[in-house]
Write a protein that binds this ligand. Structure first.
Ligand code: TYM
Length: 332
């Protein structure tokens, strides 16, 4: 079976619809066809300052949501990154074959470090994509399901795998991005040209999976729509309505054509009202299941510890090979 690996940061109290539609629903789907490894990347979540208690809570909430969304601990290995030390160990080695300029060209780094200012932006923010490459390469992943915003980071992971292999001998599988175009960039409800983002969108622009569906309904009602009154799918001319149709179609399983036909002659208000209902139906059982996991943190931590053990068995094997190839001493 081919391998799949992906990760998500525990940097908010809930995942949002962009995370779900761009990535997490593929995580769930790929468990059927792939040997699946998924990670709550808490090491990645400390690059811009954090509160330790909040971080631990968010890591648990992240894991609970992932199980609630359908990750099955029997079929997938879900773990928290800080429980598998090989990630940091491989990242050091990969950092030594990454060019300074190469890392500096990462657009997420450029955007974030510009916003924070070069004195405040951490070195961790700079080396972040190298750690991401280590995550993926440790598991010899063939496919990495992510949204469009991760494309450049995956390109770096591929380059580093190839570079290491040609410098030291074949060690890593070169991973392919698994980016499903339709929903690879869900946009901000208040600014449908920008991506829905926990770090840069306003709360009104984001639909969180764990928020009260009445609140989501309000946000959908006040979503920025486009001039005109027709409901058509046109990403250039009507990005607002197109985003709502994309979300509606992905959550309901109805095709875009079907929706466009069904709303022929109806207004934006009708579409928004119905979409709010679709969102309510989708999130309600997820919220219930998430709470059930969170109500038993000891059991949740046990599932994660088991995941970390399984992950570590694979990661340790790869790291041992990599260490051997670069001329380090074997582990004792
Ligand atoms: P993160 O935590 O920001 O986001 C998790 C996943 O959600 C996707 N995503 C979106 N997809 C569509 N539309 C959106 N508006 C949207 N917003 C977010 C992201 O593309 C991502 O797939 N660097 C990664 C975490 C990471 C990782 C890895 C991923 C660390 N190591 C190894 C893959 C493999 C990140 O910050 O994702």
């Amino acid at each position: 079976r081919p391998r799949v690996f992906s990760g998500i940061q525990p940097t908010a109290d809930s995942f949002h619809l962009g995370n779900y539609l761009g990535a997490l629903r593929h995580w769930v789907a790929l468990q059927d066809s792939h040997d699946a490894y998924y990670c709550v990347v808490d090491l990645h979540a400390i690059t811009a300052g954090h509160d330790p208690k909040v971080l631990k809570r968010r890591s648990r909430v992240a894991a609970a949501q992932l199980f609630a969304l359908g990750l099955d601990p029997e079929r997938s290995t879900l773990f928290v990154q800080s429980q598998v030390p090989e990630h940091s160990q491989l990242a050091w080695v990969l950092g030594c074959i990454t060019g300074f300029g190469e890392a500096g060209r990462m657009t997420q780094f450029k955007d974030k470090s510009q916003k924070q200012g070069s004195e405040r932006a951490s070195v961790g923010l700079f080396t972040y994509p190298i750690l991401q490459a280590a995550d993926i390469l440790l598991y010899q992943a063939n496919a990495v399901p992510v949204g469009e915003d991760q494309r450049q980071h995956l390109e770096l992971s591929r380059d580093l795998a190839q570079r290491f292999n040609s410098l030291f001998g074949r060690t890593f599988t070169v991973p392919s991005p698994h980016i499903v175009k339709d929903t690879a960039k869900i946009t901000d409800l208040q600014d449908p040209t920008a991506k829905m983002s926990k770090s840069s969108s306003s709360p009104a622009g984001i639909i969180d999976l764990l928020e009260d569906p009445a609140r989501s309904a309000k946000k959908i009602r006040s979503a920025v729509t486009d001039t005109g009154r027709e409901i058509v799918f046109d990403a250039e001319g009507k990005p607002g309505i197109t985003n709502l149709l994309t979300i509606y179609s992905a959550l309901s399983g109805r095709s875009i054509d079907d929706l466009v036909a069904a709303y022929d002659g109806k207004g934006y208000g009708d579409l928004k009202k119905d979409l709010a209902e679709v969102v309510r139906e989708f999130v309600t059982p997820i919220q219930e299941r998430t709470n059930a996991y969170l109500n038993d943190p000891a059991q949740l931590d046990k599932l994660l510890a088991r995941g970390a053990e399984k992950a570590r068995a694979v990661a340790a094997g790869t790291l041992r090979d990599a260490y051997e190839r670069v001329g380090f001493f074997p582990p004792v």
